[in-house]
Each structure stands twice: as structure tokens, then as C-alpha cells.
Design a protein around this ligand. Structure first.
Ligand SMILES: C[S@@+](CC[C@H](N)C(=O)[O-])C[C@H]1O[C@@H](n2cnc3c(N)ncnc32)[C@H](O)[C@@H]1O
Length: 355
């Protein structure tokens, strides 16, 4: 109990050292913090929930860098996912025309709104109290956020494959996750389906690494800030088909060759609706192979494309985007298409396992 009531001061650079010293006494498992905001917001007893990724960024230097590197114009509307108690929000409000913040936790919204009101910035903030993965995004120019790491993958996909055009997304992410976004084919950082899907439509830049000590309570992992910028021009490919195709290629052991992957009996048919010329096969997960002769020849056709394209011995995690696109075009030329059950809504895409 002795350490369960801790006082810390938000955002005050002069108090940060003191905060760090206090934080030093917090047991690893501590999840309850009594906060006193440095800007005179009064006491707020808050229990931070690990399950909601509630790790508050307390280092003002990092907060300032995030805002500065986001290059916010005074006319911009910024979307913030998970504003928490508002340390980042207050700085965004000073730089932007408007901030739209989506926060799932009512207690956080209450603290945030109180702090914003006290600063006289209420008119610039719109809070949407919802799960960001379920809420439709409003129009925005930029995203700037220290997000809950649990939703990193679906959130990044929702942004870069979403309908709203935006300039950039500055995100504080788990370090390993950020490295995957930055990875190139063959990198030890782990080029995977997520890397391929994001790289097709966006450029990713590393801004800085952030220590776990810069948060309260301190998470178990280190973090990184990245900036994701949607590309102005993307390859001429059906994005829904591309995503289904990358699911096939990265669906099992990263080290499996494409030859072995596509040879796996049933694998090809298991995950997708596949159209084969006029002879449409609509097989879904769990379906049995009905027409052994027809499907076997179809399977051979698929393997033939992999072989004649020179991809049989190659591994998906080592293929460049150009090579992946080339393989997809070879399939299409052979009358083989990948469509994820014909589903085209972004919400459906979010079920995907990108990691
Ligand atoms: C890592 S904290 C960031 C807090 C604040 N932005 C900061 O930098 O100090 C993540 C915040 O996201 C909120 N959150 C968690 N899951 C969410 C979701 N699905 N949709 C919206 N907000 C969520 C949490 O309640 C928490 O306030």
C-alpha cells in the first residue's frame, strides 16, 4: 500500500526530475496513481488500466518533439487517438486549428475536458468518446497520437487504407512494431505482411526512440516515434486483392518458400474465394474440396505460375514490393485472382492478422 498513492506533476519540466525520482519507487506492478496536475487542475484519482494501454507520456521534451516534427499548420485539424489525460492534446491544441480526440475511457475524457477548459481551449477540441476501431473517422489533415499498442496494427491499416486522405500520421508505437513498419525485405527487423501492406501505400520515417521511463506508469517495452506519410502515387493494383494476396504469401512460416507455400494441399483454397477464369470456385475457410480433378488441375496451374515466374525457391519475407506485385500480375495473367470473400469494407479488413 505504501507506494500506491503517488503524486506526480504533469508536464512541468522543472518537476520532471522530481517525478522521475518518485517514479523510481513505483513497483513494477503498480497500476494505481494519484495525479496532481502541474497546471492546477486539482487532484484526480485515476487507476490506469494496462488492458487499455494507459501509459501517460510525461517527458515534455518528447511531447514537444512529437508536435514539432508533425509540422502542424494553424489551419490543420488533427486527429488524436487515445488522448488520455491530455498531455499531448494540450500541445496540439496550441498548434492546430482544431483537435478531434477519440478516447474510449470516460474517466480520461473527464480529466481531459477539465484541463482543456481551464486553459480556455475548449472550443478547439472535439472529443469522441468511443472505441477508435469502431468509430468512423471524421475529416482530418494529420494524425498525432500516443496510441494504445494493442490496436497498433489495425489502426495503422485503418489509416493508410482508409477513405480519408491525410498528410501524415505521427505515432508513438512499440519499438518492435515500429521496426516492422520500417523493415525492408530480408531485414532482420522482420519484413512481414504489415510491412508490405504499409510500404505499398505509404513512406515511414523513424523520428526517435523513447525510453519506457518516459511514461507513467512505465510500460515493459521501449517505444519509437514514426511518421507515416501516404504516397501520392501508388502502383496500379486492386488494393483489396493485394491485401488478400499478401495474406496468402505471409500466412505461414516466414521461411517457407513460395513453392512450398502454394503446394500445400488445401491451403490455397482454404483462405480465399478464388476465381479461375470462367470456372469460378467459391471456397471458404473449412470447405472440403468437392471436385478433386478440377481443383487439382487448378492447384497445378497455381504452382505452375510460381514455378515459371522463378518464385518457387524464394521466400516472401525476402521479396521486394516490385517482385510481389510481379507475382500477383502473373497470377492475374493466368486468370487467377485473390479476393477476400469479395468483402470490400475497411471494417472487414480490420479482422486481418497483419503481424
Ligand atoms: C498510451 S495512452 C496515451 C495517453 C496520452 N495520449 C499520452 O500521451 O499521455 C492510450 C490512451 O488510449 C485510450 N484507448 C485505449 N484503447 C482505445 C481505443 N480502442 N479507442 C480509443 N482510445 C483508446 C486509453 O484509455 C488511453 O487513454
Amino acid at each position: 500500500m505504501f507506494a500506491k498513492r503517488i503524486k506526480h506533476v504533469h508536464e512541468s519540466g522543472s518537476m520532471l526530475g522530481a517525478t522521475r525520482r518518485v517514479v523510481g519507487f513505483i513497483p513494477r506492478r503498480l497500476r494505481s496513481v494519484r495525479q496532481v496536475h502541474g497546471d492546477g487542475d486539482g487532484e484526480e484519482a485515476l487507476r490506469f488500466h494496462k488492458s487499455r494501454g494507459q501509459h501517460i507520456l510525461i517527458n515534455p521534451r518528447i511531447l514537444d518533439t512529437i508536435v514539432r516534427r508533425s509540422a502542424i499548420n494553424p489551419t490543420d485539424t488533427v486527429l488524436e487517438i487515445g488522448p488520455g489525460t491530455g498531455n499531448l492534446t494540450l500541445k496540439l491544441l496550441e498548434a492546430a486549428h482544431k483537435v478531434v480526440a477519440i478516447e474510449i475511457d470516460h474517466r480520461m475524457v473527464q480529466v481531459l475536458e477539465k484541463r482543456v477548459l481551464q486553459r480556455g481551449l475548449k472550443d478547439k477540441l472535439r472529443v469522441i468518446e468511443r472505441d477508435a476501431m469502431r468509430a468512423p473517422f471524421p475529416r482530418f489533415d494529420l494524425v498525432v497520437a500516443n496510441i494504445p499498442y494493442r490496436i497498433s496494427s489495425p489502426l495503422v491499416i485503418k489509416l493508410v487504407y482508409g477513405a480519408t486522405p491525410f498528410r501524415s500520421a505521427t505515432l508513438l508505437l512499440q519499438k518492435e512494431f515500429a521496426r516492422r513498419l520500417l523493415a525492408c525485405p530480408g531485414d532482420s527487423g522482420g519484413f512481414n505482411r504489415l510491412s508490405a501492406n504499409v510500404k505499398l501505400v505509404a513512406d515511414v520515417e523513424l523520428v526517435m526512440d523513447v525510453s519506457k521511463r518516459d511514461f507513467l506508469p512505465s510500460p515493459k517495452v521501449d517505444s519509437s516515434v514514426v511518421i507515416i506519410r501516404p504516397k501520392h502515387q501508388i502502383p496500379n493494383v486492386d488494393l483489396h486483392e493485394w491485401r488478400s494476396f499478401t495474406r496468402t504469401c505471409f500466412s505461414s512460416n516466414r521461411n517457407k518458400t513460395l513453392g512450398a507455400l502454394f503446394k500445400l494441399k488445401g491451403k490455397v483454397f482454404e483462405l480465399f474465394k478464388i476465381s479461375n477464369g470462367n470456372d469460378e470456385c467459391s471456397l471458404h475457410k473449412g470447405d472440403e474440396v468437392q471436385d478433386e480433378g478440377g481443383l487439382t488441375s487448378f492447384k497445378e496451374k497455381i504452382i505452375g505460375v510460381v514455378r515459371t515466374g522463378g518464385f518457387e525457391d524464394k521466400r516472401p519475407a525476402k521479396l521486394s514490393l516490385q517482385e510481389l506485385l510481379h507475382l500477383l500480375s502473373l497470377f492475374n495473367q493466368a486468370g487467377i485472382y485473390f479476393n477476400h470473400r469479395g468483402r470490400h469494407k475497411i471494417e472487414d479488413m480490420l479482422d486481418d492478422n497483419d503481424e
